[in-house]
Design a protein around this ligand. Structure first.
Ligand SMILES: Cc1cc2nc3c(=O)[nH]c(=O)nc-3n(C[C@H](O)[C@H](O)[C@H](O)COP(=O)(O)O)c2cc1C
Length: 340
């Protein structure tokens, strides 16, 4: 697409991602498969396979399949609190991937170094200023600054605050921003603020190419921003990472699960890490049921507040074209304001 101004603002992100447009489809466990990833990368953006809880052999196959579907860059996203995390990290460093993205909680310094030593560029999530600074200290090559508006596992700080604390204050490495973005107009202003690019996920979960069950997609396009709620932590004895999902029975069941695990912790029948593993297993299982079986009542419908802006099931090429066109148009409008 011929762009009037956007190219200039895309440069930093494109140089890092080796893309045509610095627009990232964030990893989504059970959804980000080779087809979705290749479709976004082939449209000039960047996408990540979701390590999630994927068995090693399957993850290896998915990497090969993606390479067969696109010659463009893509990454692999690993969740540091997932049961198979360490083995997945060994696998992907053996495969000399170009991009490794650490998500979930945060990686250890030696793990970031390990991934870098394999030749990969490392991207780390940051949901607070202190995590952002720590990830840079650990050697991250770029950050994904994610506000609490996002879907899936989330922090507690909104993107508005993180932009001021991190994007405006930390010029050292490229910062891609995420959480609540679904329009090119918003993307343009984030680029003007200094973002290297933008990451979106919920809009891509509803894409034609997404493997999410049709009933899941229907729920996405019918929901309002306020339907995507984040889960509370009941007691500091059982620290849990909040999850943002459309409110349904699964969100209520999660409350009951926390109470049950807290009682077991009190009685000394379970360790804290076992309890936390049970929480992660709950989400992985519940998300799989929603994505693969279309269980929209009891499965987990992870989605960001951006769900309120997602109104149709569209093909990825169209989603990308609209985003890029609207970024450029908004930048032209802003320039006119100055040229007056
Ligand atoms: C269904 C779903 C699953 C997700 N799974 C992951 C994941 O496995 N790893 C990860 O880093 N982020 C995950 N995320 C977060 C997204 O990659 C992304 O950063 C976030 O959703 C951006 O906010 P948005 O949905 O408002 O665009 C998930 C999000 C959703 C909606």
């Amino acid at each position: 697409m011929e762009l009037i101004i956007a190219d200039k603002f895309f440069r930093k992100g494109n140089e890092f991602l080796n893309t045509t447009y610095p627009i990232i489809c964030g990893a989504m466990t059970w959804i980000s498969d080779p087809k979705l990833v290749a479709a976004v990368s082939n449209a000039g953006g960047f996408a990540c396979l979701a390590g999630g809880n994927t068995p090693l052999e399957v993850l290896k196959q998915q990497i090969e399949q993606t390479k067969n579907l696109t010659s463009r860059p893509f990454g692999v996203n690993l969740i540091t609190i997932a049961p198979l995390y360490s083995q997945q990290l060994d696998l992907i460093t053996d495969l000399n991937l170009d991009y490794v993205i650490f998500a979930g909680s945060f990686p250890k310094k030696k793990e970031v170094q390990f991934a870098r030593d394999s030749g990969a560029k490392v991207m780390c999530f940051a949901s607070t200023e202190s995590i952002a600074r720590r990830m840079i200290d650990y050697g991250a090559n770029a950050l994904i600054l994610e506000g609490m508006e996002a879907g899936g596992h989330v922090g507690q700080v909104s993107l508005t605050i993180l932009l001021q604390q991190v994007l405006f204050e930390i010029p050292e490495i490229p910062i891609f921003v995420a959480g609540g973005i679904a329009t090119g107009k918003m993307g343009a202003h984030l680029l003007l603020m200094g973002a290297a690019g933008i990451q979106l996920a919920t809009i891509f979960a509803a894409a034609e190419e997404s493997c999410a069950h049709p009933d899941f997609k229907k729920k996405l396009i019918k929901s309002n921003a306020r339907d995507a709620v984040s889960t509370p932590q009941f007691d500091s004895n059982l620290p849990v990472v909040a999850v943002r999902a459309l409110k349904n029975q699964a969100t209520e069941q999660f409350g009951k699960l926390q109470l049950k695990l807290l009682a077991e912790l009190d009685q000394g029948n379970i360790s804290r890490s076992e309890a936390q593993n049970k929480v992660e297993e709950f989400w992985m299982g519940a998300l799989r049921r929603a994505v693969q079986e279309g269980d929209v009542a009891q499965g987990s419908l992870m989605a960001g507040q951006s769900v309120g802006l997602v109104k149709e099931i569209a093909p990825i090429n169209l989603i990308m074209k609209r985003l890029i066109r609207d970024i450029d148009q908004e930048l032209i409008t802003v320039k006119k304001l100055f040229d007056g």
